[in-house]
Ligand binder design. Structure first.
Ligand code: CA
Ligand code: CA
Length: 197
């Protein structure tokens, strides 16, 4: 009886020690508008968990093009205008830790930074725990004409804005975030274009 009790107590202790199934996301450092990015989510599964759902909220208008190394095809849902991809992994003998890799088309109109949000749900944790790791995908800083590279064309565009020949594009050309496009921003883009930044 006592032995059984000790066993039970240690079992409870064990499950408290590893009481959460969690996910960690890896994003690339930057994206190129019109390009494709690869996102990876590593899911660490608690021993004994038989079902795991991974939910991922993508920036609006971003569409998954392909999923690899996943437990099952992604299911697409909509929630309050958000596009959500979810994956379910089930194993009555206990799910082992796994990872999901998916690719997304980046709209050619994309600019600035984008947030990612997702959660990992289990039977014991129906509210889910938020996926940690990377959650911000940064734009290609200084790429004013959206062609995927920062080069002299971007420097010239920024210079034209700084001297009043073109309408300033604060979102793309105000690199130092001071609310105006001036010569400091031109110098920053110049430094990026020649690999100094
Ligand atoms: Ca460019
Ligand atoms: Ca500025």
């Amino acid at each position: 009886m006592m032995k059984k009790l000790i066993f039970l107590v240690s079992l409870i202790g064990f499950s408290f020690c590893f009481s959460e199934t969690t996910g960690t996301r890896t994003l690339p450092a930057t994206y190129t508008p019109g390009g494709i990015i690869t996102v990876r989510i590593n899911v660490s599964v608690d021993p004994g968990v038989t079902g795991v759902i991974v939910k991922e909220y993508l920036p609006s208008d971003w569409i998954v093009s392909e999923t690899m190394s996943v437990p099952a095809p992604a299911k697409l849902e909509f929630e309050g205008g958000n596009r959500i991809y979810s994956w379910l992994k089930f194993d009555s003998g206990g799910v082992s830790s796994f990872s999901i890799t998916y690719k997304i088309y980046v709209p050619s109109s994309a600019s600035g930074d984008y947030s990612f949000y997702g959660s990992v749900l289990t039977l014991g944790n129906p509210d889910g725990s938020e996926i940690s790791g990377d959650n911000i995908l940064r734009g290609n800083i200084g790429d004013i004409n959206n062609d995927g590279v920062v080069d002299i064309s971007d420097v010239i565009l920024c210079l034209r804005m700084a001297i009043g020949l073109s309408e300033p594009d604060i979102a793309k050309a105000d690199l130092n975030n001071d609310g105006i496009v001036d010569i400091s921003d031109v110098i920053l883009i110049l430094r990026i274009s020649i690999g100094l930044l």
